[in-house]
Design a protein around this ligand. Structure first.
Ligand SMILES: [Zn+2]
Length: 393
C-alpha cells in the first residue's frame, strides 16, 4: 500500500533528503513539469468522484468488481463500510473546497525520492498541513495507474481535513479501523472508495491504457529523412535534379529534468544518381550534441491516447565528414573535407505500445563546407522532413 508521511511541523523539512532537487508547481498545469497535466487530471477526477459521492451517495465504500481498489473495499467489515460512507458524506463539502483551483494548495515534485529522516522509509507523497503543501515523488507518481494516482492523492487530501476536531494522521486507530496502522489503512480505504466513485462518474477508464508513456528517462530512435539540397550543389556533384539526399538518423535522449534532456544525433546523409554514364554521389556523416525539450501536446483525459502525444525540440552543434564522388567507366574522382555546423529538429511523437513511439518532424541543418577541386560550395542551410520510430524506457 502507499506509504505516506504526514508532518505536523515544518521543522523536519530541512532534514529531508529531497530539498536540493525539489521544484514547485505553484498550482498545477503551469507547464513546469511533464506530469502537471496528469496531476490536474487526477485532481479533476477526485473532484468528480467527490461530487458524485455528495449527490448520489449510494453504495459508498462498497462495490462489485475486480479492480484492485474494489478488492480493498470488499475486505471491509460491515461496520467499517458504514463508518467509511458516513465519513465521506460528512467531509464532501470541505473536500470540495480543497479541490477547487483557488484552494491555495501547492504541489511540489520531488526528484530524488522522499525519505523520512528517522525511519529512512521511502514515501510516495507527503502532506505538510501547515504549509498547505503536498509533495509528490515524481518517479513513483509517473509509474502509477490513473486509479492509483487518485487513491494516493485522495489519501493526501484527507490529511488536510479534520475529524472530531483533530488532525487526520497516519498512525493510531480511527473508528473501527484499529491498530497502530488503522488510520493509514482507513485513508487508503477512502482513496479506494474515491477510485470507485470516479469510475462510477466515468471520469477514469476501468482499464488503464497500455499505450507507451512519454515519461521515460532514455529514448533511442531511428528516423528516415528527405533532405533538400540546392540545385547548384546537385549540378556540381553530378546529381540529377530529382535525386533527393536521404538521411538516416540515430538519436539518443537522456533525461536531465522533467522537460529537458541531453540529445545526440548521428546522421548519415547520402545520394547517388547516374546521368549519361556519369555517377555522382554524396556521402556525409555528421554527429550533433545538444539539448532537447519535450512537452505534452494537450494533456487531455487521463490514459487516453491523446493525453500521451508529445513534441520535442532539439538544438545542437557538431560536425563530421563530407565526401563527394564522381565516376564514369574509366575514372573515379572523390574529394572530401571536414566541417562543423548547427542542427535544429522538431518532432511530434505519437504513442504506440510496448514503449514505442512513431514520430514525424522536420530538421534544419547548417553545415557549410567547400570542396575546392570540384568547385562545390555548400553554404546554405538544408531542411529535411523526418519519419521515425523510437523506444522510450
Ligand atoms: Zn498518510
Amino acid at each position: 500500500m502507499f506509504r505516506c508521511l504526514f508532518l505536523l511541523s515544518m521543522l523536519i523539512l530541512p532534514n529531508l533528503i529531497f530539498t536540493p532537487d525539489a521544484h514547485a508547481s505553484t498550482f498545477i498545469g503551469n507547464g513546469g513539469n511533464l506530469l502537471d497535466t496528469t496531476l490536474r487530471s487526477t485532481i479533476n477526477a477526485i473532484a468528480a468522484a467527490n461530487d458524485r459521492a455528495r449527490m448520489a451517495g449510494d453504495n459508498l465504500c462498497a462495490c462489485k468488481g475486480s479492480s484492485k481498489q474494489c478488492g480493498q473495499l470488499q475486505e471491509l467489515s460491515e461496520q467499517q463500510v458504514e463508518f467509511c460512507a458516513g465519513f465521506i458524506q460528512e467531509h464532501t463539502a470541505d473536500l470540495g473546497k480543497l479541490l477547487s483551483p483557488n484552494s491555495g494548495i501547492a504541489f511540489m515534485w520531488i526528484e530524488k525520492g522522499i525519505t523520512e529522516r528517522d525511519s529512512k522509509r521511502p514515501a510516495d507523497a507527503l502532506t505538510q498541513r501547515q504549509k498547505k503543501r503536498i509533495l509528490i515523488d515524481e518517479e513513483r507518481f509517473r509509474n502509477l495507474t490513473s486509479a492509483d494516482r487518485i487513491q494516493l492523492l485522495t489519501h493526501e487530501y484527507f490529511h488536510l481535513l479534520q475529524w472530531n476536531g483533530r488532525d487526520i494522521v497516519d498512525s493510531g486507530e480511527m473508528g473501527p479501523f484499529s491498530g497502530q496502522d488503522g488510520a493509514r489503512h482507513f485513508l487508503d480505504v477512502l482513496g479506494a472508495a474515491y477510485v470507485i466513485e470516479a469510475m462510477r462518474a466515468e471520469v477514469i477508464p476501468l482499464q488503464s491504457s497500455d499505450y507507451s508513456s512519454p515519461f521515460y528517462h532514455f529514448r533511442v530512435g531511428l528516423s528516415y529523412g528527405t533532405q533538400n539540397e540546392s540545385d547548384s550543389v546537385k549540378a556540381r556533384s553530378f546529381l540529377s535534379k530529382d535525386t533527393d539526399v536521404t538521411n538516416l538518423s540515430l538519436s539518443y535522449y537522456r533525461r536531465a529534468s522533467s522537460n529537458f534532456g541531453l540529445a545526440l544525433r548521428y546522421l548519415n546523409e547520402s545520394a547517388t544518381s547516374n546521368t549519361g554514364g556519369v555517377t555522382g554521389s554524396i556521402e556525409r556523416e555528421v554527429g550533433y550534441l545538444g539539448t532537447e525539450w519535450r512537452s505534452l501536446l494537450i494533456g487531455g483525459e487521463p490514459d487516453s491516447w491523446w493525453s500521451l502525444v508529445y513534441y520535442t525540440v532539439m538544438i545542437g552543434a557538431g560536425g563530421g565528414t563530407m565526401k563527394h564522388k564522381i565516376s564514369d567507366n574509366f575514372n573515379t574522382f572523390d574529394e572530401g573535407t571536414k566541417g562543423f555546423g548547427g542542427y535544429l529538429e522538431a518532432n511530434l511523437h505519437v504513442p504506440l505500445k510496448f514503449g514505442l513511439f512513431a514520430n514525424i518532424g522536420a530538421s534544419f541543418e547548417y553545415l557549410p563546407y567547400q570542396l575546392k577541386t570540384l568547385g562545390i560550395k555548400q553554404k546554405k542551410p538544408t531542411t529535411s522532413t523526418l519519419l521515425g520510430v523510437s523506444y522510450g524506457f
